[in-house]
Design a protein around this ligand. Structure first.
Ligand code: GUN
Length: 298
């Protein structure tokens, strides 16, 4: 049996149409939703991500402001900019692209962003709120994964969900969201013994480790839902230079029931949920409460 493909581009297009309607509704009330993006250094992958985020904003009716700093920028210059953006009522979301150069204390920078504008959901108070099941902003990648699972009516209640990767950006918030939805959650990482033992038990397998094609078909339970968060460049072989995920798609699709491709899977949904969070922040500013994030994007 070959798995069905969960097309992140198609789902993104549908969700972004609804988001564009919300942006129009805001415009009618003289509010232009606005996202400020801060990029420090010259990491090529970060530059591409930021370019894609800015382009997505423009297409959806969200104003974007981009602030670029050289890799030797002083942390205080970035902190001053964040303070200025926090105080600017025309800016609804603030994002600092990670990773930051080594001389930055990333936690200090993330904590400087107002929790009310923290559309990445990385501020400690937002992480805490998520852990308590009362998120103000859901981190964009896990939020996108949840929307993908929801779009396919994947049953979460009682499901064995296994996450490979324990990052603050994906693995940990992903675990909290799945737990909140009554899945039985296992988090695996580089020190886990017998990874395949865990992954073969998974009804829902989330790969978020950043290791190309690490999860192979023989590690997957037949019929499982496989979500590949990895975005890696293939270093060798006939496809050198092309993108691939953490899952070996060719062997995995012969075993899984539903699978996301790379590219065209989780990636576009991450940006879509960033737009959703920015609109949510702008709507909240009008005093509309938390509905969007708590009920999804519609
Ligand atoms: N770097 C990798 N993923 C992300 C993300 O979701 N947000 C930010 N700010 N930086 C990242």
């Amino acid at each position: 049996m070959t798995a069905r493909i969960l097309d992140g581009n198609a789902l993104s297009a549908t969700v972004r149409e609804r988001l564009a309607q919300r942006a129009k509704a805001l415009a009618k009330q003289d509010v232009t939703p606005a996202l400020a993006v801060i990029l420090v250094g010259d990491d090529p992958a970060s530059a591409v991500y930021v370019r894609n985020k800015v382009a997505a904003c423009e297409k959806t009716g969200v104003r974007s402001l981009k602030f670029s700093y050289p890799s030797d920028a002083s942390p205080s210059a970035v902190l001053d900019k964040i303070a200025e953006l926090n105080a600017d009522p025309s800016v609804h979301g603030i994002l600092v692209q990670l990773p930051l150069p080594a001389h930055f204390d990333a936690d200090l920078v993330l904590e400087a962003i107002s929790p009310l504008k923290d559309v990445d959901g990385f501020h400690a108070s937002n992480v805490g709120a998520l852990a308590q099941g009362k998120p103000l902003f859901i981190p964009c990648t896990p939020y996108g994964v949840m929307e993908m699972l929801r779009s396919e009516n994947v049953v979460l209640k009682g499901a064995e969900a296994v996450i490979v990767g324990r990052s603050n950006i994906v693995g940990k918030p992903m675990a909290l969201l799945l737990l909140q939805n009554s899945a039985t959650v296992t988090i695996c990482h580089s020190q886990s013994r017998d990874l395949a033992f865990h992954t073969r038990r998974a009804d829902i397998l989330i790969a978020a480790v950043g290791r190309p094609k690490m999860i192979t078909g023989n590690m997957i339970k037949p019929g499982a839902t496989v979500i590949d968060v990895g975005i890696n460049r293939q270093l060798d072989g006939p496809n050198a230079g092309k993108l691939c995920g953490d899952v070996d798609f060719e062997s995995a699709k012969e075993v899984a029931g539903l699978i996301t491709p790379v590219p065209g899977g989780v990636g576009p949904m991450t940006i879509t949920m960033l737009l959703a969070n920015t609109l949510e922040a702008a709507e909240r500013n009008l005093g509309r409460g938390l509905e969007g994030n708590l009920k999804g994007t519609s």
